[in-house]
Design a protein around this ligand. Structure first.
Ligand code: PGA
Length: 250
């Protein structure tokens, strides 16, 4: 019912040569695994190249961020329409590295989400708790708060156009993956929240897990009922590892 999506977040890594080889690995992986979709999120400067190479097939391409503004005097920002003009169709919103290092909070993220939807970019909205928040048993409270914006009248009608990524901050780039049980528990909680927004659509929304996903940890995670794919950082920079994660999803 929900096709698995394996998404690679390249973060601030890559050059044209690496991008070319990774996109080739992705194109081969979607040929090998009919039931899986892939997406890659290169840095802005590589978007035109990667989108052209991907060629509009089952390897989708997205940006790692976007400006909440349409255009104008916002030095350093990149707008949704500029992203779309590269051929990209998706965008990450609220990645924990943006929340942490760029102080992105609910108001700004809500504006970015609105901008993405208005311009027809498919957003992956990222949520997740810190280690301290987990140790204080506040995981559900934190994730619930981060998802609160979806309950607004503004976003409710767009639920089917949004993907969610659950990425516990303590698992990102640390080599510590959440166990399938830990991840599934939060994914089920997230689906419960979506169910309250729109019961029918909640069953269709893809919820990805992210945080040190490797070919080794992928199959256990992807076997969980409410885990519909992965958002992969480090392992997405190696074509064979990323392809192996795609294989685990098929
Ligand atoms: P990681 O990153 O796989 O390197 O932990 C995941 C992410 O930040 O999306």
């Amino acid at each position: 019912m929900r096709r698995p999506l394996i998404a690679g977040n390249w973060k601030m890594n890559g050059d044209p040569e690496l991008a070319g080889s990774l996109i080739n690995a992705c194109k081969q992986a979607v040929r090998d695994h009919e039931s899986v979709d892939l997406a890659v999120f290169p840095p802005y400067t590589l978007l035109p190249l990667v989108a052209t190479e991907a060629g509009g097939g089952r390897v989708r391409v997205g940006a790692q961020d976007l400006s909440p503004h349409q255009k104008g005097a916002y030095t350093g920002e990149v707008s949704a329409s500029m992203i779309k003009a590269t051929g990209a169709t998706m965008v990450l919103i609220g990645h924990s590295e943006r929340r942490q290092w760029h102080q992105e909070g609910p108001k700004l993220l809500s504006a970015k989400l609105k901008r993405a939807l208005d311009e027809g970019l498919t957003p992956i909205y990222c949520v997740g708790e810190s280690l301290q928040q987990r140790e204080e048993n506040r995981t559900e409270a934190v994730v619930g708060q981060q998802l609160a914006l979806l309950k607004s009248a503004e976003f409710k009608p767009h639920l089917s156009e949004i993907l969610i990524a659950y990425e516990p901050v303590w698992a990102i780039g640390t080599g510590k993956t959440a166990s399938p049980e830990q991840a599934q528990a939060v994914h089920a909680y997230i689906r419960g929240i979506l169910h309250k927004v729109d019961a029918r659509i909640s069953g269709l929304v893809r919820i990805l897990y992210g945080g040190s996903v490797t070919p080794e940890s992928a199959s256990g995670l992807l076997a969980c009922a409410d885990i519909d794919g992965a958002l992969v950082g480090g392992a997405s920079l190696k074509g064979d590892a990323f392809a192996a994660i795609a294989a685990a999803a098929s």
